[in-house]
Design a protein around this ligand. Sequence first.
Ligand SMILES: Nc1nc2c(c(=O)[nH]1)N(C=O)[C@@H](CNc1ccc(C(=O)N[C@@H](CCC(=O)O)C(=O)O)cc1)CN2
Ligand SMILES: Nc1ncnc2c1ncn2[C@@H]1O[C@H](COP(=O)(O)OP(=O)(O)OP(=O)(O)O)[C@@H](O)[C@H]1O
Length: 189
Amino acid sequence: MDILADKDALRRQYRQKREEYVVRLSPQDKELAFSAVPSPIKNLFQPDKSVAAFIPLPSEADPARLLTYAADIGCRTALPYVTGKAAPMQFLAWRPGDPLYDGPFNLQQPDSEAAIIHPDIVIVPLVAFDRSLNRLGQGAGHYDRALSLLSDSTAIGLAWSVQEHDFLPADPWDMPLDAILTEKEWITR
Ligand SMILES: Nc1nc2c(c(=O)[nH]1)N(C=O)[C@@H](CNc1ccc(C(=O)N[C@@H](CCC(=O)O)C(=O)O)cc1)CN2
Ligand SMILES: Nc1ncnc2c1ncn2[C@@H]1O[C@H](COP(=O)(O)OP(=O)(O)OP(=O)(O)O)[C@@H](O)[C@H]1O
């Protein structure tokens, strides 16, 4: 069995699942999803912490409310910044309302001159997840590499419930998450 080919097939399957699910959501359900801040996140986000999230691609779950909550209670907030597939990802300071700039892969990114942040808490986008908190991402290794350098940080995957797969193939470099938040559930060990 070839894990990389498996992962590619799963990526295609779950990007499609995510898109099909999101186009069928009513505007109200889409608005309500991820709008409440669950208590485990309230406990984790404290004013002295830094929190990184992301600006979603079209069908990704949207962490905007979580990041706004973090900024409102006094956390430092940040977004990922990439220049291409091979270059490492960094987290740069960004507050809700600050300007965004077009980046590669249709991403909206912070100002390239913004301060580098080493986030205590990272809200992580994903293509698929499983109950063991394994994650399948976009395949460039951006989050695996960044999280391996942030060993003391808490990584929380954000996903639609339909992105759950029974058992994801895991490579040695895959960084498991500490928890996953879906529109229905808080999943942790
Ligand atoms: N919203 C968001 N921001 C993010 C990520 C992400 O997954 N989601 N990243 C996570 O690493 C980093 C960017 N890395 C990426 C690496 C590859 C592709 C990529 O191959 N995209 C596909 C289409 C993706 C889709 O529609 O979901 C492409 O361009 O063909 C995208 C992002 C940092 N910022
Ligand atoms: N810590 C690391 N150091 C160097 N390369 C890494 C590291 N982690 C992952 N990579 C590389 O990144 C590539 C993509 O990995 P993988 O297919 O597991 O990505 P993924 O699970 O989709 O997650 P991501 O969102 O991080 O892209 C692999 O070729 C791997 O060699």
